[in-house]
Design a protein around this ligand. Structure first.
Ligand code: PLP
Length: 384
């Protein structure tokens, strides 16, 4: 058992070193202790501010619009795919993890023609191969790519993919769920039709709102594409333009908290400031874990500063559940891996966490290893 008091967030909760939902600030949670009607002028003002601010963060002022979707991030991804890919269209999904797989499943369920290009979870798509795939199949109208594939933490080459897709005259849909707000993706440089993200990742709000940043001209072509009522982005956008309101009950508290979270994001220096803190967190974590013998799945050049995948130590005395529980007892929640390429676990460096929290987590890892009598966190053989 731990000898010291467990670490906590500023509201006394365990720290979430996970892919999300994440640790949020006390002030973000405090923003939710009111009730508003969905037609309340103050709520609608905050909502508009949130949507406008997201377009600004995306670099899409004047060219793009944020269409919110009640629900988790996947609701926004499903809304994006089913609103943008026409029923006669064909989607190419780039897959190197669970979120690419999920997008393919969404398209299949929605009855869209879909094909995929899959690489291993530690491997970005090969651009020459993608180019050849698009050249060979003229029926493909849209390409779906994941910015940071949270399954492994790999950073996919989104700018290069976008340039290639545009050169081939196809449309791009981006899942930037775990990167938006911390990693630069500027609509003035990176051409896409739609980009999906959510309230509870790098923007550090609470879960409950997805959103899709849509290129105005592309959204205008989406009338009648949707195969569900609630996830119809064209209809949702049209209702906003007409009434300034949601078609169905919005997660009001979540949106007001997101307004506060976006204020705090700006105060930290926007995307650059948020990204800098996460990169510092990631560096402290990776250096410290390596010093204890742990090995990362990904080489530095492919590693996004979002979540880090570590190989499971091979020492038979290392039992993941005990490791997990020991860290939880000390106030740190980590995440199991869900890779097929390697037995692994993950530690996130996003959310309201600072380098001191990462140092605390490292000290807890050391204590738990000692408790388990594991001297070294490494695999016995070089596996990279
Ligand atoms: C978190 C995440 C999602 C959405 O997941 P939800 O559980 O629905 O919020 C989608 N794509 C990526 C890459 C993610 O990291």
């Amino acid at each position: 058992m731990p000898t010291t008091k467990p670490a906590t967030s500023d509201t006394g909760d365990a720290l979430l070193l996970t892919p999300g939902p994440l640790t949020t600030s006390a002030s973000v949670k405090q923003a939710m202790v009111h009730d508003w009607g969905s037609r309340d002028a103050e709520f609608l003002r905050i909502n508009k501010m949130v949507l406008d601010k997201i377009v600004e963060l995306a670099g899409g002022q004047g060219t793009h619009v944020t269409v919110p979707v009640q629900g988790s991030g996947t609701f926004a991804v499903e809304a994006m795919i089913t609103s943008f890919v026409p029923r006669t269209g064909k989607l190419l999904v780039l897959i190197n993890g669970a979120y690419g797989q999920r997008a393919k499943k969404i398209a299949e369920i929605a009855g869209r023609a879909v094909t995929s290009y899959e690489t291993a979870e530690d491997t970005p798509p090969d651009l020459a191969k993608l180019d050849a795939l698009l050249a060979a199949d003229k029926a493909i109208t849209h390409v779906f790519a994941v910015h940071c594939e949270t399954t492994s933490g790999i950073l996919n080459p989104i700018a290069e993919i976008a340039a290639l897709v545009a050169r081939q005259g196809r449309r791009l849909l981006v899942d930037s769920m775990s990167a938006f707000g911390a990693l630069e993706i500027d609509a003035r440089q990176i051409h896409y039709d739609a980009l999906a993200a959510s309230s509870n990742k790098c923007l550090e709000g609470v879960p409950g709102l997805g959103f899709v940043v849509c290129r105005n001209e592309a959204l205008a072509e989406c009338k009648g594409n949707a195969t569900t009522l609630v996830l119809d982005l064209f209809d949702q956008a049209e209702a906003f333009a007409r009434t300034g309101q949601y078609r169905f009950t919005p997660p009001i508290h979540v949106i007001v908290a997101l307004g506060k979270a976006i204020e705090e994001h700006a105060a930290e220096g926007g995307v650059a400031g948020r990204g800098k803190r996460y990169r510092e967190n990631g560096k402290v974590l990776i250096d410290g874990m390596r010093a204890m013998g742990f090995r990362t799945l990904l080489p530095e050049r492919l590693q996004a500063p979002i979540i880090i995948t570590f190989h499971m130590p091979t020492d038979p005395k290392f039992v993941f559940q005990r490791f997990y529980d020991g860290l939880k007892d000390r106030g740190y929640v980590i995440y199991p891996g869900k890779l097929t390429v390697a037995d692994s676990f993950r530690m996130g460096c996003i959310g309201r966490l600072y380098p001191e929290h990462m140092k605390g987590a490292l000290a807890a890892v050391r204590e738990v290893l000692d408790e388990l009598r594991v001297s070294n966190g490494g695999p016995a053989l070089a596996a990279e």
